[in-house]
Ligand binder design. Structure first.
Ligand code: AN0
Ligand code: CP
Length: 317
């Protein structure tokens, strides 16, 4: 594997999950692979899980790790070419990227959608600049449109807990006070479609995702109907994607908050969320604390998905 930005980079999903479970059983098995190799993790946005789990994955493989928070201590970066830099940004990303690349062998990038320009976000300008100008393998730690390390961990978690070959998986929108990117739901949808589960997406009207990610999923606007017989419920907020509403919060309707009322019509579904989660906006205390909640094992699997991805990148260096 050279770069890892979406499900297409991981190839056969059965093999990827098999490799993940093998690594989970012995996570230091490949600790020779990363000797004298340096990972640089570049964060344009905050993180708890991605920061820790990806660093842990690199340590599992014997790598050295450098972490850079662009907004805390680094120069503010201009990212658009052609700008007269007389404002508050002293450095251009087109110098910063090759400089950063000169100190490392592999680069992870976290760069969320900014919601200023849909095309800029959906073209993945920042992530692609790293790919184009670093000369290094680059992997996404959540970019503008996808969060593949999260989706891979979600897939591993579902495979570990499913009790039928083709479980019913429901992705539900839930309310949140602030505008959040579509990266997690886009990516989850992309991986669930690739896994060929019985996959349903439910959200209020106006929250339609980009059709390229919805794929073959069934879209059901009635949340209770969508939840009927579900084996896994995956909650997430996202801001509107469509048309002029791009990046807008259209609803904070707390009847969409996942509670025992909706979970009662499922097939005793497991509850999932990528975290961080706002309790009693996205999900009630009772549901997230219930024995059917997988949020902690799901987060723990982030170490495993990152170890598989870094292992494959190192094997190809
Ligand atoms: C981010 C998001 O929704 O994309 C990160 C999730 C992993 N969440 C927040 O900013 C709260
Ligand atoms: N799920 C996830 O990516 O969490 P962080 O934003 O804390 O990294």
């Amino acid at each position: 594997m050279r770069h890892f930005t979406s499900v297409k980079d991981i190839g056969n999903l059965d093999l990827a999950v098999k490799e993940a479970l093998e690594i989970k059983a012995d996570r230091f098995k490949y600790n020779h692979l990363g000797k004298n190799k340096t990972l640089m993790m570049v964060f344009f946005n905050s993180s708890l899980r991605t920061r820790l789990s990806t660093q842990k994955a690199a340590l599992n493989l014997g790598m050295n790790v450098i972490v850079l928070d662009i907004n805390q201590g680094a120069w503010k970066l201009e990212t658009e070419r052609g700008v007269i830099m007389d404002g508050d940004k002293p450095e251009h990303i087109l110098e910063a990227i090759p400089v950063m690349a000169s100190y490392c062998d592999v680069i992870g990038v976290r760069s969320f959608a900014r919601f200023e320009d849909k095309k800029y976000d959906y073209d993945e300008v920042i992530l692609n600049q790293f790919i184009q100008y670093s000369g290094r393998p680059v992997f996404s730690m959540e970019a503008a449109t996808r969060h593949p390390l999260q989706s891979f961990a979600d897939l591993i978690t579902i495979e570990e807990h499913k009790t039928k070959a083709r479980p019913k998986v429901v992705l539900t929108w839930a309310p949140h006070p602030k505008a959040l990117p579509q990266a997690v739901p886009n990516s989850f949808a992309e991986w669930m479609n690739a896994a060929d589960y019985d996959f349903v997406i439910t959200h209020p009207e106006g929250y339609e995702l980009d059709p390229q990610f919805v794929g073959n999923a069934k879209v059901e606007y009635d949340q209770m109907k969508a939840f009927e017989g579900a084996d896994f419920v995956y909650a997430k907020n996202w801001a509107a994607y469509s048309g002029d509403n791009y990046g807008q919060v259209l609803s904070k309707d707390r009847s969409w908050t996942v509670s025992d009322r909706q979970m009662a019509v499922t097939n005793d579904a497991h509850f999932m969320h990528c975290l961080p989660v706002r309790r009693n906006m996205i999900v009630t205390d009772d549901v997230i604390e219930s024995p059917r909640s997988l949020v902690i094992p799901e987060a723990a699997n982030r170490e495993i998905s990152a170890t598989v991805v870094l292992k494959r990148i190192l094997e190809n260096l």
